[in-house]
Design a binder for this molecule. Sequence first.
Ligand code: CMX
Length: 441
Amino acid sequence: MGVLKDKFKEKAQIAQEEIKELLKEHGTKVIGEVTLAQAYQGMRGITGLVTETSLLDSQEGIRFRGYSIPELYEKLPKAKGGSEPLPEGLFYLMLIGEIPTEEDVTHLTEVIQRRSHVPLHVFKAIDSLPLTAHPMTMFVVGIMALQTDSNFAKAYAAGVNKKDYWDTTFDDAYLLIARLPHIAAYVYRRKYKDSVHITPNGLMDWAENFAHMLGIDDPDFKELMRMYMTIHADHEGGNVSAHTTHLVGSALSDPYLAYAAGMNGLAGPLHGLANQEVIKWIYEMQENLGTDLPAREQIAQYVHDTLTAGKVVPGYGHAVLRKTDPRFTAQMEFGKKHMPEDKLCRTVWNVYEVVPPILQSVGKIKNPWPNVDAHSGALLVHYGLVEYEFYTVLFAVSRALGVLSSLIWDRALAMPLERPKSVTTESVKQWLDGKGHVWGD
Ligand code: CMX
């Protein structure tokens, strides 16, 4: 941990100085305006947050510290004999801002492995829930139980200097990331495999060990997990899971509390739960139509039925993106390479041909293209991970890399309590009547 922490400290000191100067010179410059519609309609397009780890372009998709997904494939270290990037490498990149060497990543994997032990009371807390509980509920309960280990909370209670908040945040984030695969796999094996648990293997990389603890040792599935854990990690700061983690963290809630809050947001069907909804929707379509490979015309009819029933087509649309999500494309390429004849994947690809023009024809939908969740389930089913209610937990484990590295930066840059101003409709009406900003200027 020491090496990475020292590197981070160095980078953070440079950034602190830079931002201080930047604000001194340009702090009063305006970077956006807010319309009444934006205040009422989910704050779309308001530029009002700083997140260092990644930036989303509506046409190009996500860039992590400036690198697109294809560039990550080219530059990040891979496992021996593998072709998918190791997610540990992305964590390093998001935290330090530089592409790690193979040695950096090997070191990181070793440190993570040494810190992956999960205390017994966490499993007991999960066991206290009924088996009918959703896997995300079990997962978040596990994280909350782990909060007893927070170094940040202990340091704060002991009166730590605010300059050092980042230090124990760093330790908590690291520990949490190391332990999450075990907690997630525990949830999976408890709910779906009669609580027959699998011991972690300390010689494997982070994603590989996760696959192993889930009970799927197929080398191709391990590659899928490396890719999955990499591409789901971060999507700049405004999405619900990242923003919630940042917001709750801004109250100096420790990383366990902040991350758990973020994951409760990920568990919503308009956000991360969409990955389970996609597979559920496809299964329902197959059952309805009586075929496991529906024709394009049949899919089109089913899409129209979904819209007529006042439901969303899961996996399609985005609040920022206006093109096919490159995370969808990366998964489609994986599918075409490893399972070109798989009927579920072929259905996903057929849906991709059929859905966009229909959504476009509705008129009001700003992005008719698929997002990350439109594809992931089909790949997982292929390797036997068929329990789709578990899929958002996979997303959550990956998302920890992004939101926790951002939280470390929030602390290092002394980001203050987040507290935007709200208005009432009554005060808006008075303002529109010419009575000025009755909410104060
Ligand atoms: N199917 C049907 N209607 C859709 C739609 C879809 N896939 N996407 C958007 N719309 C509708 C909206 O519900 C909205 O309708 P109303 O005006 O009746 O409320 C209208 O089109 C305009 O919405 P928008 O501005 O295009 O999209 P938003 O920024 O409001 O919402 C999102 C974005 C993702 C919530 C929305 O596209 C959606 O619900 N998609 C399906 C769920 C999904 O896949 N979510 C996962 C997103 C990725 C992630 O976070 O993991």
